[in-house]
Design a protein around this ligand. Structure first.
Ligand SMILES: [Zn+2]
Length: 84
């Protein structure tokens, strides 16, 4: 499972810039959801809210049989999307 197009990105709260997740993202395009199994590091309390300012940034969904956090657009920003 060593896919070349997976890279680790950092996901931050758009409001207070707190790091929320480090996430192993596959494929191209924007971040729509985080599959729970691919969250490399979780800095939240697991409630899909920013631990600092309390803003909800995602909703829990089942996606093709996998648990995922669907990102609410505009609530987060990411770093590390582009390849080196
Ligand atoms: Zn926040």
């Amino acid at each position: 499972m060593a896919r070349k197009d997976i890279r680790t990105i950092s996901i931050f709260c758009a409001k207070c810039k707190t790091l929320l997740y480090k996430y192993r993202k596959g494929g191209r395009g924007g971040l729509v959801k985080c599959v729970v199994d691919r969250i490399a590091e979780d800095r939240t309390r697991g409630d899909m809210q920013c631990p600092k300012c309390g803003q909800a940034f995602a909703r829990f969904v089942m996606y093709g049989g996998q648990a995922a956090h669907k990102i609410i657009q505009g609530k987060v920003f990411t770093k590390g999307m582009s390849r080196r």
